[in-house]
Design a protein around this ligand. Structure first.
Ligand code: ZN
Length: 136
């Protein structure tokens, strides 16, 4: 979980054309995601905010997985990740790669919200939603 100590793609993205943010009041996690969408692709992205190790690691790895993907593929990855941690359906492991380590979070329902927050914020950014998302 070195993503917690040294998160990837952390900070601001001046060129971003989509922003979203979200909160997990139960744990106190806050995540902001900035996307640069070009030609239907996630050309670049950054995240910022504060939260627990799980929310930071999950969001950090999310940025690595979706960078360079099409908007559709990024949404698919979000769908598969949510299924993985909520154990609510079949998961394509080739889509998720290393994110599979989060499968164990499913045993701890309160932690599922930490793990999925960054992905909910990603989806909001992809859809251009202005209202902050919340896990509650
Ligand atoms: Zn948390």
């Amino acid at each position: 979980m070195d993503h917690n100590k040294s998160p990837r793609n952390f900070g601001d993205l001046a060129a971003a054309n989509r922003h979203a943010e979200g909160h997990n009041p139960l744990c106190g996690d806050n995540v902001r995601v900035a996307l640069l969408l070009e030609d239907g692709m996630v050309a670049d992205l950054r995240f910022s905010g504060s939260g627990c190790a799980i929310s930071k690691s999950s969001t950090s790895m999310m940025t690595q997985v979706v960078k360079g993907k099409s908007v559709e593929d990024a949404k698919q990855a979000a769908e598969h990740f949510k299924r993985l941690v909520t154990r609510s359906g079949d998961v394509d492991k080739t889509v998720l790669g290393k994110l599979e380590v989060f499968a164990g979070v499913g045993e701890f329902p309160s932690r599922v919200k930490c793990a999925t927050l960054g992905w909910h914020v990603l989806e909001a950014a992809l859809e251009g939603k202005e209202t902050p998302v919340t896990t509650e």
